[in-house]
Design a protein around this ligand. Sequence first.
Ligand code: HEM
Length: 220
Amino acid sequence: MSWLLESLNSSIGKKILMAVTGISLILFLVGHLSGNMALFANDGGKSFNAYAEFLHHLPGLMVIEIILASVFLLHILNALRLWVENKKARPVKYAVNASSKNSTIFSRTMVQTGSIILIFLIVHLKNFWYEYVILKSNDNLFEIVVETFKDPVYSGLYILAMILLGFHLNHGFQSAFQTFGWNHKKYTPFINFLGAIYSIAMAVGFASMPIYFLFFYGGN
Ligand code: HEM
């Protein structure tokens, strides 16, 4: 066990932990968004509620939830640790800041976009998971979704958070590939392109839910 802790504390260990947790979260988002597409079935929430029921009766759900929560926690705590270490290593800012020349706005704002995603996550869990699974305030999850997205302030902030999630993913995707050494003159532009497509698909896909319920949902 001590070898594992030692490896995770080395600088390459921290980078690998960031990449492994980041890629796991990237895959989780694909599954999460695909399932949520049932919201658009236009059947009064039947398909979506059936999907929610199925998920909440999966054998071993508790284990899956604990693993997912741990991946999020590891990703966040490791990111904060790297950020603090970076600050300590370079307490005085460079007199001439050339960072914008060799980095992008996406890479320079990973801590900020990550922190906003974290706040979003807490509100998101309170609105859906806590109401449906813990409080059991309504056993119709579709109704909870419709009610929540009716609020234009909530929906507006949700859409903003999804744009910032897209920023985070745009850099995160290519950075994770780089950590594993998949860096090649020929393939890197393709990986960057794939990362851009993925991050736009996630941002647009998740933002399409509040947009649909605010402007297009007829209530049937
Ligand atoms: C859906 C949620 C999230 C996904 C899919 C995601 C994905 C990623 C990926 C793929 C990376 C690149 C890993 C690497 O460099 O190898 C990354 C880096 C990072 N993430 Fe996230 N992330 C998420 C949530 C968060 C949250 C909530 C925070 C909160 C602080 C955060 C903070 C960071 C930071 C600061 C980095 C850059 C670390 C560094 O290289 O210095 N992320 N993320």
